[in-house]
Design a protein around this ligand. Sequence first.
Ligand SMILES: NC(=O)c1ccc[n+]([C@@H]2O[C@H](COP(=O)([O-])OP(=O)(O)OC[C@H]3O[C@@H](n4cnc5c(N)ncnc54)[C@H](O)[C@@H]3O)[C@@H](O)[C@H]2O)c1
Length: 282
Amino acid sequence: MDRLHNESVLITGGASGLGLAVAQRCLEDGALVTVFDKSSDANDKLLEQLRRTRYNERLTTFAGDVRSFSDNEAAVAVALEKFDKLDCVIGNAGIWDFSIPLVDMPVDTLDQSFDELFHVNVKGYLLLAKAALTPLARSKGSIIYTVSNAGFHPAGGGPLYTATKHAVTGLIKQLAYELAPHIRVNGVAPGAIQTNLRGPLAMGMQERVIPGEALSKSIPDRVPVGVMPTPEEYAGAYIMFASRRDNIPTTGSILNHDGGMAVRGFGRVRGGDQLIEKLGLD
Ligand SMILES: NC(=O)c1ccc[n+]([C@@H]2O[C@H](COP(=O)([O-])OP(=O)(O)OC[C@H]3O[C@@H](n4cnc5c(N)ncnc54)[C@H](O)[C@@H]3O)[C@@H](O)[C@H]2O)c1
């Protein structure tokens, strides 16, 4: 069943990592997709890949910066021009601070680093909502934001990243209140993912990539579910929040989609480690 049959979905940061997996899953579920990413090379690669598939006519891209209101407006205009309506926007483009603690932050770049993290991770989400208000109100659509485990717990980043993701949880609640009953606003808070998540230019981390290999080795031992999910495995949650059929009761809600971080025990991570043996199922 196409859960998003002919729904027009715009996603930021949709040319890489989690956003790419969500964009692809939206297409598989019947959506018309607009990818808004700063990387025009990645956008072109995505279009080229899909050109020979049945999704060719169902995807369009826009290259711009989520920190600019006019770029957000232009991305919305591209979606409306191509698909004539907008049903859902997904704020997802983000950068990380590579867990730099306060004590190690150079004072001379703190201002710019703070601004860069907050402008991409928080202002980008706010501007997207502002630019999409009229078409979303018209379609009685929805907004979905990518949060993170760092929106709830410490140690998923340094103070800057953690503060941006906590700010996003506040933004979701406030917008869900302000836009009800016309536009639903929800969030997905994934745990660690092996992607190309980058850092801020102000910290010289624009080419540094999240240490995927180390993460994939260490995460399974640190989360109750015992695996590090792939971007594709995280994507279904977005479909649930975007689906008009499955999400009628939900606004202002954030799914902790992080492998069970809130139910780690004090001693062992998983209380059920010996369950299979005890049940004689080994
Ligand atoms: N990777 C993880 O471990 C992890 C965990 C939890 C949450 N997240 C969140 O997931 C989201 C997606 O990140 P990802 O891990 O897929 O990283 P990614 O780098 O693979 O994808 C992010 C995309 O955003 C785009 N982007 C960055 N800055 C932009 C800007 N100013 N304007 C337009 N596009 C911009 C990039 O070009 C890239 O395509 C982010 O919000 C991130 O905070 C990631």
